[in-house]
Design a protein around this ligand. Structure first.
Ligand code: SF4
Length: 362
């Protein structure tokens, strides 16, 4: 997948920035329009504007406020891994049927925040104030970390900047195989490249425009040969008739491609969604079957599989992983202590202990 925008809107405040110039130079034949506010874009695009069309529009602007923050998954009753996110890109050119961004973003364009240096400086100043604490920081919260790097060219800057921060690990999460820009960088072991994994049939039906499972794992192997540690996220885990076989084959393939010692961590998280997502996704993707199950509303307002299904999925998949890599740090994303106790062999008592556990292989 090589993304190319149909039109680029540029906030007048940042139209003279160097990053802006480099991006615009890559698309000299694409319409470039200067605007003063996002509402102007909606007016220019007209009433039949959709999420699908929005993915082909780029909006280059300045981030107002703090783009470095604690992962929004944080809550008192779940065991949180204290992950920090840097909000450089909003929205994504890939098309996962379950993607929460479809129901969540109020500006459905692909937005890039051009004040990158300022945002990263702020993040690093915060991290350096707490030298005794290990930080994990990611850019894949509101987009795929690699899918647009041929357009924005930001990852080499991030990797080489974080190489100089001894108490932080940068995580770049992806469902692509677009690793070319990461080759030959001086990362000093402080960047982890992570892939979200699912069985082939789930990828084919629900992770559209992404790389195949095999190509994701080939890219992971290539990153290992470049000296990076890699990570994997089985998230969202989908409950479907052949799930046991599907996840067993996926875990086997992962271990066939990547040596256990090069895996920094693995996370597990079952499908969850905000109630408004279902209708939006079903309208956009006819014949969608992932929501045809029994779900309950959890205390955070998100719909989840029944607890006995979640436990079964997490238990079986964690056992499969434990069999191949007993010492890989394995954690649950957004699950309560009770589920950890019932499902996991290692259960750190609090977020700080979990942070230390996750840094063991880095
Ligand atoms: S890769 Fe992530 S951000 Fe992109 S469409 Fe899929 S779920 Fe959404």
């Amino acid at each position: 997948m090589s993304y190319r925008p149909e039109r680029i809107y540029i906030d007048s405040q940042v139209s003279s920035s160097a990053f802006c110039y480099k991006i615009l130079q890559k698309f000299p034949d694409v319409d470039q329009v200067i605007v003063t506010a996002p509402d102007e874009i909606r007016e220019l695009l007209g009433p039949d504007f959709s999420i699908t069309k929005g993915k082909r529009i780029l909006y280059l602007k300045r981030y107002q406020g703090s783009a470095f923050k604690l992962c929004p998954g944080f809550s008192e009753d779940v065991l949180c891994c204290n992950y920090y996110v840097i909000d450089l890109i909003e929205n994504c050119p890939l098309e996962c049927t379950y993607c929460i961004l479809q129901a969540f973003l109020n500006k459905p364009f692909i937005i890039f925040h051009l004040n990158v240096e300022e945002i990263i400086e702020e993040a690093i100043a915060f991290i350096k104030k707490k030298p005794e604490r290990p930080f994990r920081v990611g850019t894949g919260e509101h987009s795929d970390s690699l899918a647009l790097d041929h357009v924005f060219g930001v990852n080499s800057y991030l990797v080489e900047t974080f190489a100089g921060v001894s108490n932080a690990t940068l995580e770049l999460k992806t469902k692509t195989d677009l690793v070319e820009p990461l080759i030959g960088l001086n990362h000093r072991g402080r960047t982890v490249i992570a892939w979200s994994l699912n069985p082939v049939e789930i990828i084919t039906q629900n992770e559209l425009k992404t790389a195949s499972l095999e190509n994701r794992l080939k890219a992971a192997k290539r990153m290992v040969s470049e000296g990076y540690q890699v990570a994997f996220h089985f998230d969202p885990i989908i409950y479907y008739p052949d799930w046991r076989t599907g996840y067993e084959q996926t875990v086997e393939m992962m271990f066939d491609y990547v040596p256990v010692r090069n895996i920094a961590w693995i996370s597990l998280g079952t499908l969850r969604y905000i109630p408004t997502l279902k209708q939006i996704a079903e309208e956009r993707f006819p014949n969608l079957s992932i929501f045809c199950n029994e779900f309950i509303a959890a205390s955070d307002g998100k719909m989840r599989y029944l607890k006995k299904i979640r436990k079964q999925l997490l238990q079986i998949i964690s056992e499969l992983i434990r069999k191949g890599g007993p010492d890989i740090p394995l954690y649950l994303c957004m699950e309560k202590h009770g589920v950890w106790e019932e499902v996991m062999t290692v259960h750190p008592p609090d977020s700080e202990a979990l942070e230390r556990y996750l840094k063991r292989n880095v």
